[in-house]
Design a protein around this ligand. Structure first.
Ligand SMILES: NC(=O)c1ccc[n+]([C@@H]2O[C@H](COP(=O)([O-])OP(=O)(O)OC[C@H]3O[C@@H](n4cnc5c(N)ncnc54)[C@H](O)[C@@H]3O)[C@@H](O)[C@H]2O)c1
Length: 418
C-alpha cells in the first residue's frame, strides 16, 4: 500500500476517534469517593513516563494499576517500581479497563493526539505530556473533544504551576509593566564534544523481539525496524517537533499565561543543525520570532553548544521589566536556581522599587489529582494553554521548514501531513 493511502486510512481512523471522544466522554469511568484511591494507567513508560509516575505515586491516595508500552524493557523497569502492575503493549487494552480512572500519556510526540482522544473516549481523566500534539489539526481535534468532555485534563507544562508565573502574572495585571511591546526568551545547553544533546545510546535488547515496532508506527507509514529512530525519535520530524516542541513550548506557554495572550498573528524561525551533526533532522540552533496582536513581539532563541546563560525570559514594558532567569538544567524538574524580579523603568516610574518574586509554587501533579477528586476542569495547565502553546510551536516549525514567515490564518488552514 502506498504511503499516502496508509496515511489517509489512519486519518479516517483518527477522525473517527475524535468523534468517539465526544460521544463517550460525558461519563467518568468511576465516581470517586473522598477516600477512594485514584487508579492510574501509564501510557508510554519511558524516561518521562516513569518520572511522572513517580511524581504521582508520591502523592497520597494514588495507585498505578497498569502500563502500556511497546518495549519490554519498560515493562521490566516499571515492574521494579510497582510489582503488581498489569502490563500491555497496546494502550487500547489498558483503556478498555473500567477500573482505571486516569491515565498519564508520555509517548513520543507523534502519538499524543491518538491516545489523548482515545483516553477521552474511554472516559479517563488525563495528564498528557507536552507538547499536546504533533501538528495543528491534531491540536484542534483535541481541543474540540476536550471542550465537549467532562474529563479533567492537565498538560505536562509544569511551569504553569510555578510561583514565578504567579508573580509575573500579578505584576502584569497590576499594571506595573505598562505597555509590553517585547519579550526576550532563551534556552541554552551544552554537552561534551562528540555527544550530541538528546542523543541516547541504543540498549542491547532494542530489537524486534522486544519492541512492537508496528505499534510505534501505528499512525505513520510502515518502514523497516530502526532502533535509532525508536530510541532517538526526538531527532526526526516524523515523530518530533524538535527543540521548539521539546523546550520552547514550556516558555511560550509561560509567556502566554503571564500576559494573557491569544494565538500569535505570525511566526518566523531560522537556524539549522549547526553543532550536532549526528544525522538528526531537527535544528539545534534556533531563533524564533512571534508577532502577537496589540503591538507585541516575542523572541525565543536556543543553542545546544553553549550553556552560559541557562534559560530565561525578560518581559519588557514601558513602566517596568520582569526578569526570570534560571540555570541550565532545570527545564525538567521545574526547580529554579535564579528567580524572578521586577525592575521599574525610572523614566516612567521614578519612585518605583525593585520587587523580588514571593508567590509559592504548586505541585503540578498534586494539582491534577486534586482536580480529579473535585471534578474541576480548571487545572493549572488546562486544554486551552496546551492548545495555544502547541499551535505557536507548530507555527514556528512550519516557518522553519517552509523557510518563510507563517501567518496564523495560513497555519490554521494547513492540511495534516499524515
Ligand atoms: N514536561 C517535561 O519537562 C518533559 C520532559 C521530558 C519529556 N517530556 C515529554 O514526554 C514524552 C516522552 O518523552 P521521553 O523522553 O520519556 O521518551 P521515551 O522515548 O523515553 O519514552 C517514550 C515511551 O513510549 C513508548 N511507546 C512508543 N510507542 C508507543 C505506543 N504506540 N504505545 C505505548 N507506548 C509507546 C516507548 O517504548 C517509550 O518507552 C515526550 O512527549 C516528551 O516531549 C516532557
Amino acid at each position: 500500500m502506498k504511503r499516502e493511502e496508509l496515511a489517509r486510512i489512519d486519518r479516517r481512523q483518527f477522525l473517527g476517534i475524535a468523534a468517539g471522544a465526544v460521544a463517550y466522554s460525558a461519563f467518568p469511568a468511576r465516581v470517586l469517593g473522598a477516600n477512594d484511591r485514584i487508579r492510574i494507567g501509564l501510557i508510554g513508560a519511558g524516561d518521562r513516563g516513569q518520572q511522572v509516575l513517580k511524581d504521582a505515586l508520591a502523592q497520597p491516595g494514588v495507585e498505578c494499576v497498569a502500563l502500556a508500552d511497546v518495549y519490554t524493557l519498560r515493562h521490566d523497569q516499571v515492574k521494579a517500581l510497582v510489582p503488581a502492575v498489569a502490563m500491555y503493549d497496546d494502550p487500547r487494552r489498558l483503556l478498555e479497563r473500567k477500573d482505571i480512572d486516569a491515565v498519564i500519556i508520555a509517548t513520543p510526540l507523534h502519538l499524543h493526539a491518538r491516545y489523548f482522544l482515545e483516553s477521552l473516549a474511554a472516559g479517563k481523566d488525563m495528564y498528557c505530556e507536552k507538547t499536546m500534539t504533533w501538528d495543528i489539526p491534531e491540536a484542534v481535534a483535541c481541543r474540540d473533544a476536550a471542550a465537549k468532555s467532562k474529563q479533567v485534563v492537565q498538560i505536562g507544562l509544569q511551569h504553569e504551576s510555578s510561583g514565578e508565573l504567579a508573580d509575573a502574572r500579578k505584576w502584569y495585571e497590576q499594571g506595573m509593566l505598562g505597555k509590553v511591546t517585547m519579550v526576550e526568551s532563551w534556552m541554552s545547553r551544552n554537552t561534551p564534544h562528540g555527544h550530541g544533546q538528546w542523543y541516547r545510546a541504543i540498549p542491547p535488547d532494542c530489537n524486534l523481539a522486544h519492541v512492537n515496532w508496528d505499534l510505534f508506527l501505528v499512525n505513520r507509514p510502515k518502514t523497516a525496524f530502526d532502533a535509532n529512530q525508536f530510541i532517538n525519535w526526538r531527532l526526526f520530524w516524523e515523530f518530533s517537533g524538535g527543540n521548539v516542541t521539546e523546550n520552547m513550548v514550556h516558555q511560550i506557554a509561560w509567556i502566554m499565561t503571564a500576559l494573557n495572550l491569544p494565538l500569535p498573528d505570525a511566526a518566523d524561525m531560522m537556524g539549522g543543525v549547526y553543532s550536532e551533526k549526528d544525522g538528526r533532522q531537527v535544528p539545534d540552533t534556533i531563533a524564533v520570532t512571534f508577532e502577537f496582536p496589540d503591538d507585541l513581539t516575542v523572541l525565543w532563541q536556543s543553542t545546544f553548544s553553549n550553556s552560559r546563560f541557562g534559560l530565561g525570559e525578560r518581559i519588557l514594558g514601558s513602566d517596568g521589566t520582569v526578569e526570570h532567569v534560571s540555570g541550565a538544567t532545570d527545564m525538567v524538574t521545574g526547580k529554579y536556581t535564579g528567580g524572578i524580579n521586577y525592575y521599574p523603568e525610572k523614566t516612567s516610574r521614578a519612585d518605583g522599587a525593585t520587587v523580588a518574586g514571593s508567590s509559592p509554587g504548586q505541585n503540578h501533579m498534586a494539582n491534577w489529582l486534586e482536580c480529579i477528586r473535585t471534578r474541576n476542569q480548571k487545572t493549572n495547565a488546562p486544554i486551552e494553554i496546551g492548545y495555544k502553546s502547541a499551535v505557536a510551536a507548530h507555527m514556528a516549525n512550519m516557518a522553519y521548514r517552509q523557510k518563510r514567515r507563517i501567518t496564523q490564518q495560513e497555519a490554521m488552514a494547513a492540511k495534516p501531513e499524515y
